[in-house]
Design a protein around this ligand. Sequence first.
Ligand code: BV8
Ligand code: ZN
Length: 308
Amino acid sequence: MYLFLIRLSDMSEFRKAFAKAKNIAIITGAGVSAESGVPTFRGEHEKWRKWHSQVHLNKEAMSDYNILPSELHSLNLSTWIYPPPSLPQDLASPEAFSRNPSRVWEFYHYRRELVLDKKPSAVHLAIAECEARLKKQGRSVVVITQCQDDLHRQAGSKHVLKIHGSLLETRCMSCGQVTVNKQSPICAALKSKGAPGANVSDAQIPVDKLPRCEERDCRGLLRPNVVFFGETLDSHILTNVEKEMELCDLCLVVGTSSIVYPAAMFGPRVAARGVPVAEFNMNTTPKTEYFMYHFQGPCGTTLPPALA
Ligand code: BV8
Ligand code: ZN
């Protein structure tokens, strides 16, 4: 097993594949922005009030949920809280937004404020520099990102497909207008709201004081222009992703837990065509076994030399 992992992590083998590749697809997740100081979506320390995915295993939970120890890895649960936690995806859903737009806006206001002053990390810069360098050689790099910040573009990446939308855009629930919005705070009523502490109460902001559309006299309620759980991804973007998945002859999967679909299946689908896929992550993921290479550690350390 030890030798097997060493083979998977052989950087010189990866570098040979990199040197030959003409079209490289780089799938990124929250781990890339973690290098810039943006908290990941899931993880031991990531929580907003009672919504979190930190989990502690106990035998009672496993027996109530009929979970076998052998199933834990595929569930991506190393530990399990009992009773089960409210997951962040319960906040990021159309149902949650229509039930309690004030609470959901507090959650997004908190996350918007977190990303607004962040700068691209060594990973963002290495990817952007690689795209520019390879372009001169007639080769291409596309970034397919689940991140909802703007750090890939800020770093200089030109070909970016943002599949889960943007924290810094709003969409009007009435007229559908999508607008880039980097205001801080996004509206007066949200100023100093959204604190993540477990004992913080909901601000219960009246709906007419939440962000509203400024298109002529629309005044419709705005929502964050992100893809909530249970919503479909933009079909135009998804078509472009499909094309890139078909075209690429090398794929990198960087800083994603590979548990959110459909993004989680992009890397395995490329691997199924026999194309080399390399995962860069702090940990193994439910998809690691599908990939030819796995480079474990902070991607700020592992990725720049891989793309140099
Ligand atoms: C859809 C909302 C059609 C906005 C986000 C098939 C099977 C099972 C489930 C489903 C399925 N199809 C659909 C589903 C349901 C659902 C889903 O996948 N649920 C999961 C949770 C099981 N998918 C959907 O609903 C999607 N829609 O498929 O439409 C449909 C609809 C209904 C029914 C059927 C079909 C819509 C997906 C919505 C995506 N929106 N968020 C918001 O953010 O507020 S996704 C959310 O997770 C984040 O925003 C982020 O974009 C995304 C992915 O997370 P990651 O980027 O992977 O981040 P995470 O924190 O999890 O992990 C960080 C990783 O980085 C870790 O691995 C860590 O080890 C690593 N790391 C950390 N630091 C570093 C590092 N690595 C390297 N270096 C470091 N320094
Ligand atoms: Zn409007």
